[in-house]
Design a protein around this ligand. Sequence first.
Ligand code: FES
Ligand code: FES
Length: 553
Amino acid sequence: MLRDGLGLVSLKDGCAPQGQCGCCTVLVDGVARVACVTPAERVAGREVTTLEGLDPAERDGWSAAFLATGGSQCGFCTPGIVMRGTALARRGPWTQSDVDRALAAHLCRCTGWQTIHEAFDLMTASPRSRAGAASRTGGRDLRAAARRAEMEGGAPQAVGPEVPLGEGGFAADSAPDGALVAVPARSGPGAGVVEAAGSWWVVAESVAEARAGARNAPGRRGPGGPAVPLPLRPCPERGVRLATSWVEPAYLETDASWCRPGGAPASPLANGGAFGAKQASPAPAAARELADRLGRPVLALLSREDVVRMGPKRPPVSAAARFDGHRLGIEGWWVASGQSGPFPGFIPPYRIEVESSWTPRAVPGPPVSTSLRAAGAAEQAVLMEGALDEAGAARADLVSETAADVLLDTCAQVGSGARAGARVAIDAGGAVGSVAVRVAAGDPLDDVVLRSYAIGAAHMALGWVLTEGLAVDPDDGAVHDLTVRSFGVVRARSMPPVEITIVDDPGPPRASSSDAVFAAVAAAAWNAVTRAEGARPEVFPAVGTRASRAIGR
Ligand code: FES
Ligand code: FES
C-alpha cells in the first residue's frame, strides 16, 4: 500500500512478505515496524511515518552521518535502518547493545556493518564533532568517490546525501505511472501466463495483483543446512583440500527493470554492481519485449523468492592443493551449470610456479556464475594460502615485489594490480576477534568509500568461510529455503572489528581492490580457524567450528 498505492518509495522491498531484511521499516506511532508483514487494517487510526515524513533536519542528520562514514553503498537497506535509528534516537541516549538489537532486524550486504555503527556513533556525538564530520564531507570530491565505488562494484554508483535516503534511482522506484507489472510465473504455459525473453511472466496492473496471479513460491520449503554438492578429493600429503557450497550473492535490491514501448529498458544495476550477479538478469529483456507487445510501459520485477530460485550463485568447488617449496599444484572440480567458459584464473602474489587444473561437473542445483565476486580466483587464492601454511612456507621470502607492501598473514592480487593482505585473529574462545587488512588500490580517489568497500569485502569473506551456503535438494536441485535469513550473511552484532590500512600506492586508481580483500581475508580466516581448531576445516561454510558457531551459524 505504501509503495505501490501511495508512491512512497523510500521504503524498499527486499524480501516482502518475509519480513526479514528490514528494508521496509516505518514508524507506527513512533515504533519501528516492518511494513511488509503489517496489514493496513492493523494500523487503522494510527500514525504511520516513512522517511518522507521525518523532520528534514532529522533526516538530513542521518544522511550526513552515513555519507561521512561510508555506511551506505547501494543505499537500498539504509532508509529502513534510518527509520530504526530514528525510533531509537527519539527514546533518548542509546548504548552499543541497543544499536546491536536495533540492527538485528536488518540486513546489509554491502558495508559489513562497521561503518553503519560509526554512523550511529556520529549521531550521538557532540554537535561540534558532527559538524566536523559534515565539513569533512563538504571537502570530499564526491565524483571521485563515486568513481571509486564504480571501480569496486563494476557498475555506476552515486555517492552523495541522496543515497542513504534511498534515492539511488532504483528501477522499481522509477517506473512511469500506469506501468503494467510483470513478475515471473512459477511455471508455464497456463492461464494468464505469457512468455517473454525466454521465461514465463504474469502481467497485471499492480505488484500485488501480479504476485497474486503468479502464486509466488513460499519462502521456506524445507529443512537442511548448506549443501556441499561435490565429494572431497583425496588430500595430498602435507596438502589441503576444500569443498564449498552454493553461495547466494544476496544483493538486497531484487532485479527490476522497466521499459516504454519502443524504448530502452532501465538498468537493474541502478546503484551498484550486485557483486556481479545481475549481468544476465531476465528483467530488462522481458520489460522491453512485453512493453513492445502490450503497447504500455512495463515494470518487470523479481521477488526475493524469484531471485533465489532464478539468480546465479557462486559455483561450488572441490579441490586439493599442495606446495612443494617451489611449485603449487591445484586440482579441482567445479559446478559449471550453465557456464560455458573455463574456470577463472588467478594471479599468485608469490614468486612460485603454479599448476592449476579444473574440471567442470554437472550436478542438480541453481544456476551459477563466474562473474560473482572473485569467483574462482578467490578459491585458488585460499587453496594456495592453505597449502603454503601446511608446507610451513615463509611468505616473506616468497612474496612478489609488488605485493610485499600489503603482506600480512596472507595476500592476494587481482588483474588491475590491486592487492591486499589480511590477518585474522582468533580469541581465546575460538571466535574471530578481529580482522586487519592492508589494501593497495593505486590512487584511492576517496578513502571513505575504499575503506567501506574493503570492510564489506571482509564481511563477505568471513561469511563465505564460516556461515554462508544454501540448502539444495540433491535430486531436483531446488533451493530448499528461499528466505534471506537462510543465506547465512553475518549479522551486525557478530561482526568483529575490521582495521583497514590503505597503503600508499602511487599511480592511477586500480579497480576491484575489494576482490583482493575478499580473497586475502577468506584465506587468512581459513588458516586462523585451522590453527584454533587444531585441524583444517575442509568444507565452506565451516559449520561446527567454534568460529562458525560464534559468528552465527
Ligand atoms: S521487505 Fe519487509 S522486511 Fe524485507
Ligand atoms: S548499502 Fe546496505 S545493502 Fe547495500
